[in-house]
Design a protein around this ligand. Structure first.
Ligand SMILES: *Cc1c(COP(=O)(O)O)cnc(C)c1O
Length: 217
């Protein structure tokens, strides 16, 4: 398990899918990982990371950016409206925009701050009550609403149910993206990123396959 092994697996999946390797971005998900492991991946030259909590990211990335220069960090976890401003200052992309209220807050802040991270809209493809995201049937309207707010909507994101075949969810997300003319697809984690790539993922979010198992939190 390592960065180089993950990169090789991504390349192999791209070849299998007939895609150029540079069409897939690897987001190294560094949440709750010990800092020395994160530093090792930075030392290998990787510069794109994912975090799922604003607070945790705020404690980690300003320091690393001071030492390593510019690093892209994407928010992949749920965002409360009252943390939106901080998130927009910290992250280059937000993958978890999952409700109109949050979209409106981000749009208002973007006017104020004068910039906005790339936006991915989260779709609850498994229609799980406990999971964030708009339902598949609401997705087209949500895309339109976010575009009307002038948000830079880059693509869609999903987290498939743990006990279902992820490919079905990746295919559904790809279909919704296609009919909305969206090119970004944030899908695929350690256990399933190869099948996500075959189904069109542009951003895979891989944690434990790079860093090792996370400590329980
Ligand atoms: C933690 C997390 C990941 C990475 O999970 P791994 O199984 O460790 O690769 C990907 N996406 C989201 C939204 C996460 O919270």
């Amino acid at each position: 398990m390592s960065l180089s092994e993950t990169n090789s697996r991504i390349e192999a999946a791209c070849i299998k899918a007939g895609r150029a390797a540079d069409t897939v971005k690897l987001i190294a998900v560094s949440k709750v990982q010990p800092l020395d492991r994160v530093q090792a991946v930075l030392d290998e030259g990787h510069r794109l990371f994912g975090e799922n909590r604003v607070q945790e990211a705020a404690g980690k990335w300003p320091g690393f950016r001071e030492r390593y220069g510019s690093i892209d960090v994407h928010l992949i976890g749920p965002l409360q409206s009252n943390k939106a401003r901080q998130a927009m200052e910290l992250f280059q992309a937000i993958h978890s925009v999952d409700r109109p209220k949050l979209a409106k807050t981000i749009a208002r802040l973007a006017q104020e701050i004068g910039k906005c991270p790339d936006i991915f809209l989260q779709v609850n493809t498994g229609e799980e009550p406990q999971k964030a995201g708009v339902l598949p049937t609401e997705a087209d309207a949500f895309v339109a609403e976010c575009r009307a707010l002038d948000l830079p909507v880059h693509g869609l994101m999903c987290i498939p149910p743990v006990d279902e075949e992820p490919s079905l969810h990746f295919a559904l997300l790809a279909k919704i993206a296609k009919r909305n003319d969206l090119t970004g697809l944030s899908m695929g984690m350690s256990s399933d990123f190869e099948s996500a790539i075959v189904l069109g993922a542009t951003h895979v979010r891989v944690g434990s396959a790079i860093f090792g198992e996370r400590q329980a939190t």
